[in-house]
Design a protein around this ligand. Structure first.
Ligand SMILES: O=P(O)(O)OC[C@H]1O[C@H](OP(=O)(O)OP(=O)(O)O)[C@H](O)[C@@H]1O
Ligand SMILES: O=c1cc[nH]c(=O)[nH]1
Ligand SMILES: [Mg+2]
Length: 208
């Protein structure tokens, strides 16, 4: 399992802005999308390419295109939708498979409520999107659903992750690679990431 914390100045700068207490919904949405774009750039670095010939301005020229497995983007509702536009900016042909999960505030257990996958999941790389990886329960539940549908290659993109959630993922799905803008310190007693971003879903949707 690869755990990649993106150590890029643009990511650090944008994450700092995202952490501001009184950030507006508009700014949070824009920055979440921008960081998602940068995470996508890193998460797709191992895509295979194949050469083909085109007619260039001065005759035939060998160029490259993405080869093989196609991508399905998997936003976890609700907050994962806040990253989707940024990812699709870079992979416009990706199919979208949606998973609805919320975390019970008392038990912190994930509660599934929606699933709609695109075709041929076994032939696609799945890119799970969620701003927050806290206890890891939601990510693990989503990965379980994807594997049940036949998925064999799964990656996860997160704005912020807690060490506790990463450890749990390593124990349950060691084959999944994750790309995060920051690995933070820890969870608080309510399962929120510290220093974290607060409730990402509420910030993206303007609720609460
Ligand atoms: O790692 P975990 O402990 O499972 O917590 C992380 C989950 O909690 C948040 O979703 P939430 O349940 O708040 O739903 P929302 O996106 O609808 O706000 C977040 O977007 C993750 O999906
Ligand atoms: O810190 C956290 C943990 C779970 N969900 C969030 O939105 N934020
Ligand atoms: Mg939420």
């Amino acid at each position: 399992m690869a755990i990649v914390e993106i150590n890029h100045p643009l990511v650090k700068h944008k994450l700092g802005l995202l952490r501001e207490k009184d950030i507006s919904t508009k700014n949070f949405r824009e920055l979440a999308s921008e960081v998602a774009r940068l995470l996508t750039y890193e998460a797709t670095a191992d895509m295979e390419t194949e050469a083909y010939t085109i007619q260039g301005w001065n005759g035939p020229v060998r160029v490259e295109q993405i080869k093989g497995k196609k991508v399905t983007v998997v936003p976890i509702l609700r907050a994962g939708l806040g990253m989707m536009d940024g990812v699709l900016d870079l992979i416009p042909g990706a199919k979208v498979s949606v998973v609805g999960l919320y975390r019970d505030e008392e038990t912190l257990q994930p509660v599934p409520y929606f699933q709609k996958f695109t075709s041929n999941m076994a032939d696609r790389t799945a890119l799970i999107l969620d701003p927050m990886l806290a206890t890891g329960g939601s990510l693990i539940a989503c990965a379980d659903m994807l594997k049940k549908a036949g998925c064999r290659k799964i990656k996860g993109l997160f704005l912020v992750a807690a060490p506790e959630g990463i450890e749990k993922l390593q124990a349950t799905h060691p084959d999944i690679d994750i790309f995060v803008a920051a690995i933070d310190e820890r969870l608080n007693e309510n399962g929120y990431i510290l220093p974290g971003l607060g409730d990402a879903g509420d910030k993206i949707f303007g609720t609460k």
